[in-house]
Design a protein around this ligand. Structure first.
Ligand code: SF4
Length: 395
């Protein structure tokens, strides 16, 4: 069969799709581009916002238009939480919730040979009031450290140089079996062949000072952090049932920068959650400006069925949510420019994904003259306005 896939949402979804495609390719199927005509389309969906769900529906309709005879398999969080609705979309032949995906082992890897996503954890016990993911993905769980290190050794054998550790709430790795995430990081750092690790995202309350110190002194963990903030107002954070205050968040960011001055720090931020009055929103803007974050991933709040936020008052009108989103996106752009400016003239190690493009350790995309020999190697490059590829990290 000719098989095409489309992934929406988080890095964990990307890791899972890559894993499915690798298995299907091993079984002899031909993997084709999403825009090609295929016999089977896989859509791995997301439910984080109403916009994410809209994109999922659009992807399914696109596949059906491209080949009305094709099978369409829909999986992931939207498939889990709205199975009936998804099954009614014309062309859909199968809906797989995350229950079916759980048949896969927790430790899977997938993606490009140079950089690979490695799923080390699934599910979440936090139940933030806006989030449907714990309902879609279930409770936090992971393989043991020993099993995870075994899977990582196989990734090293495959030739991948950079591994991105992914999960839904990555920092809770091991908690249910009395193992510590930091011990996993220590073990991974010892694995020969893997030259770089990134932690895709970690909750601020789980980003301990010991983890920050470890990353700063480790062999292979990179100075690149993704630490969800969601709001810069303690009132809104408490309505969200987030497990930290802005003071704790600021402390973590300052600690990272003190230990690794060139570190890139990304923050998720949600615009228009309940209680985000103009005054609270201004607190968020002021807070973000006060800490050395490199850029933002901006999400617009939308009601998710079944979540506690539906019962909260203080709704923000939808046009105001969009206005806040645009202001955050503009701020993020300025912050990223400031971060890039701070790196000009500095020499950073670059892992080349292609003959012309690669990523610095602190997550800046660079270009260089075509040279096939550089693929999957690391070389030091001085950053200039000409070799930096402008990227927008916003959603
Ligand atoms: S930590 Fe909160 S936002 Fe993240 S997956 Fe868990 S419930 Fe959702």
């Amino acid at each position: 069969m000719r098989i095409a896939a489309q992934t929406l949402g988080c890095k964990l979804n990307y890791a899972e799709t890559s894993d499915h495609l690798r298995r299907l390719s091993d079984e002899g199927h031909e993997i084709v581009d999403w825009t090609a005509e295929a016999d089977l389309y896989i859509v791995n969906t997301c439910t984080v916002t109403a916009v994410a769900e809209k994109k999922c529906r659009a992807a399914i309709r696109q596949a059906h238009r491209r080949n009305p005879e094709a099978q369409i398999v829909v999986m992931g969080c939207f498939a889990q939480t709205a199975a009936d609705e998804v099954a009614r979309i014309p062309g859909v032949t199968q809906v797989l919730g995350n229950e079916s995906k759980r048949l896969l082992s927790y430790s899977t890897a997938g993606g490009h040979r140079t950089r690979t996503f490695f799923k080390i954890q699934d599910g979440c016990d936090y139940f933030c009031t806006y989030c449907a993911i714990p309902y879609a993905r279930g409770r936090s769980r992971s393989a043991t450290i020993e099993e995870t290190l075994c899977a990582a050794r196989r990734i090293a054998d495959s030739g991948a140089r950079e591994v991105v550790l992914t999960g839904i709430n990555t920092g809770t790795f091991g908690q249910h079996q009395g193992e510590a995430f930091l011990d996993l990081l220590r073990g991974l750092d010892q694995i020969e062949g893997i030259l770089r690790y990134r932690i895709s995202s970690i909750e601020p309350n789980l980003l301990t000072d010991d983890i920050i110190d470890f990353v700063a002194h480790s062999r292979a963990f990179l100075p690149h952090f993704h630490v969800p903030l969601q709001a810069g107002s303690d009132h809104v954070l408490s309505l969200m049932h987030r497990r930290y205050t802005t003071a704790l968040y600021a402390d973590k960011v300052h600690r990272i920068k003190a230990a690794m001055p060139d570190a890139c720090i990304a923050a998720d931020i949600m615009a228009g959650f309940n209680g985000e009055s103009e005054q609270e929103f201004q607190k968020t803007l002021d807070f973000i400006e006060s800490v050395p974050i490199s850029y933002l991933h901006v999400f617009t709040y939308s009601d998710r069925p079944g979540t506690a936020a539906l019962r909260l008052g203080e709704k923000v009108p939808i046009p105001v949510r969009h206005e806040h989103t645009h202001r955050l996106l503009a701020l993020s752009k300025r912050m990223h420019q400031t971060f890039i400016q701070s790196q000009l003239g500095k020499e950073r190690p670059v892992l080349w994904e292609t003959a012309e493009e690669g990523w610095t350790d602190n997550y800046i995309r660079l270009r260089a003259p075509h040279d096939p020999n550089r693929i999957n190697t690391i070389s030091p490059i001085t950053l200039t306005p000409d070799n930096i590829i402008a990227t927008t990290h916003d959603n």
